[in-house]
Design a protein around this ligand. Structure first.
Ligand code: PEP
Ligand code: MG
Length: 589
């Protein structure tokens, strides 16, 4: 039998094989289908019936999603019900059918096209925000016009591979949180799409960006999905199946090994405790993070709340997310970072002007302080979620002392408001800052007096400090976390916090690199926050070394002249002494 090998983007690792289930692709078509005048009344009845079905369906889905995935995902459907009840939409559809004598599908397509064209041009924020939601609702009405073959929430996807053109946020929430989906394969999408994030957090192997796989497979075809390498094989022959079995076995052994290491106590060979934590983007990732040995969430990137949706989140929506997060992580701590958007992270909900130099522009706390109402909503929601006393707040991109003063005022006001409304919160929520602007690092000794903790964001700190854009291939060779200048700066930050007894964590990617983590341990760092998948290897590395030796070696390394000299020196001094620190398990070993 012919088989196909297709390459896409692996956005959620793992290897599986199973049968295809194809999700319907609703095509809004510009071709109008006319009906004779005597059929218009029937079409309007069809429309009303579809609207009724859609309303019932959304109501059921809303309740199911609330039960399965929590309030924050159910909110999408509240918004959809409101759109569905909007007379401008429903009577608009009816009028089109009547005036143009067209089929309901054509009326829906026309309305869809109308919104598509005007949304981008229209200045009205409210309408702009509703773009994706309107598409979502129109698609659902379209699918409800006929009770034909289609995937609905009750379809059993267990043991199947879901192949779709794209998944709307609502579809991803419904279909993936049902459980049992073997893998997801999409024509569209990228690593930060909602479907990708959700699949990753639910541990469902996923490959996206395959362009036209929906045209290449039919229901019942067998697929191998390799979410680690981003490959999909359609109807593999026996030989490939055997290859797949052995690759799958290796991958599973690797995962098992990681989970075993995850249960080890994080303590160095000479008995010094260290704390691995998780960087996450969605509350659903908590279980996954804890299973890898995270002792809390060291960084919750709250801007993902905005990336997942088309509308501006309300205080209740923010609250539902933080509250669930705090509850699921309890009694461990969760560090919620206020939004880091602006610059190149432009969001459809917000009118963010393109800036000539986004990395140095209006982003993170700079953006929040210029959009006070948005910031106030977020602060109130975080405070309300702090009642269990395990929430800490991180402010991103602090540059100068004055910003902290302004933030304190906003927090005080929010506390007063909440008290006046009789709403509970932790009166002493720790307030910390990201150290990711070199100027802040340089005055870390002064900043340490003003805040409760530091979280060092080396991704940004090093790009600014070394003046290197890592994603720019012409200069990325200069991005060296072990540059002696970087080590000196990091040492200053860590020591400044230590002197005043303030906590200091590091949540840049550097924390997930075994050699760099050993160096950081030597600089005095004890809290390492990273993508949970890397926690086992860092645990393994740090458990294999002695702090008293590493400290001495790193102290000497700081006087070397280059990153290369530092790296060679560390390896020379530590590799033979502690080989386990650097011998890593990998998916293919
Ligand atoms: C960092 O800058 O190191 C960091 C952790 O923040 P982000 O990667 O979200 O910019
Ligand atoms: Mg950063």
């Amino acid at each position: 039998m012919d088989y196909l090998r297709l390459r896409g983007i692996g956005v959620s690792p793992g290897i599986v094989m199973g049968p295809v289930v194809l999700a319907d692709r609703t095509l809004f078509s510009s071709r109008k289908i006319y009906v004779p005048p005597y059929r218009v009344a029937d079409e309007i009845e069809r429309l009303n019936e579809a609207l009724r079905r859609t309303r019932d369906e959304i109501t059921i889905i809303k309740d199911q999603v609330r039960a399965m995935a929590g309030d924050e995902h159910a909110f999408i459907f509240e918004a959809h019900l409101l759109i569905l009840q909007d007379p401008a939409l429903t009577s608009g559809l009816e009028r089109l059918i009547r005036e143009e004598n067209i089929r309901t599908e054509s009326a829906l397509s026309e309305v869809h096209e109308y919104y598509r064209r005007v949304f981008d041009a229209i200045a009205d924020e409210y309408i702009r925000q509703r773009k994706a939601d309107v598409t979502d609702v129109l698609t659902r009405i379209y699918r409800n016009l006929d009770a034909g073959e289609k995937l609905s929430v009750s379809d059993d996807l267990r043991g199947k591979i879901l192949v779709a053109h794209d998944l709307l946020p609502s579809e991803a929430a419904i279909r993936l949180s049902q459980g049992g989906v073997l893998a997801v394969v999409l024509d569209m999408g990228g690593p930060t799409s909602h479907a990708a994030i959700l699949a990753r957090s639910l541990d469902i192997p996923t490959v996206v960006g395959l362009r036209d796989i929906t045209q290449q497979v039919t229901a019942g075809d067998e697929l191998i999905v390799d979410g680690t390498d981003g490959e999909v094989i359609v109807n593999p022959p026996q030989m490939i199946r055997r290859e797949f079995q052995s690759k799958k076995a290796k991958y599973e052994a690797y995962r098992k090994e990681l989970r075993r290491i995850a249960t080890w106590t994080p303590v160095t060979l000479d008995g010094v405790r260290f704390v691995p934590m998780a960087n996450i983007e969605l509350p659903e990732e908590v279980g996954h993070a804890l299973s890898y040995g995270a002792e809390g969430v060291g960084l919750f990137r709250s801007e993902f709340i905005y990336l997942q949706r088309a509308t501006l989140p309300t205080e209740e929506e923010h609250f539902a997310i933080y509250d669930r997060l705090a509850r699921d992580v309890f009694p461990r701590p969760v560090y919620i970072r206020t939004i880091d958007i602006g610059g190149e992270k432009t969001l459809p909900q917000l009118k963010i002007e393109a800036e000539p130099n986004p990395a140095l522009g209006l982003r993170a706390i700079r953006f929040s302080l210029q959009n006070r109402e948005l910031f106030r909503v977020q602060i109130r929601a975080i405070l309300r979620a702090s009642v269990r006393k395990n929430v800490r707040v991180i402010i991103p991109m602090i540059t100068e002392m004055e910003e902290i003063g302004e933030i304190r005022v906003l927090f005080r006001e929010a506390r007063e408001e909440l008290s006046a409304q009789g709403l509970g919160f932790d009166p002493s929520v720790p307030l910390g800052i990201m150290i990711e602007v070199p100027a802040a690092a340089a005055i870390a000794d002064l900043l340490a007096r003003e805040v409760d903790f530091f979280s060092i964001g080396t991704n940004d700190l090093l790009q600014y400090f070394l003046a290197v854009d890592r994603s720019n291939e012409y200069v990325s060779y200069l991005y060296k976390p072990l540059h002696p200048a970087a080590l000196r700066l990091l040492k200053h930050v860590i020591v400044s916090a230590d002197r005043l007894g303030k906590d200091v964590a590091l949540c840049g990617e550097m924390a997930a690199d075994p050699l760099a983590a050993v160096v950081l341990l030597g600089l005095g760092l004890r809290t390492f926050s990273m993508n949970p998948i890397f926690i086992p290897r860092i645990k393994k590395a740090l458990r294999a070394v002695e702090v008293r030796v590493v400290r001495r070696v790193v102290q000497k390394a700081m006087n070397l002249r280059s990153a290369q000299e530092v790296e060679e020196f560390i390896i020379e001094k530590l590799l033979f002494k502690y080989p386990d620190a650097f011998l890593m398990t990998s998916p293919s070993s």
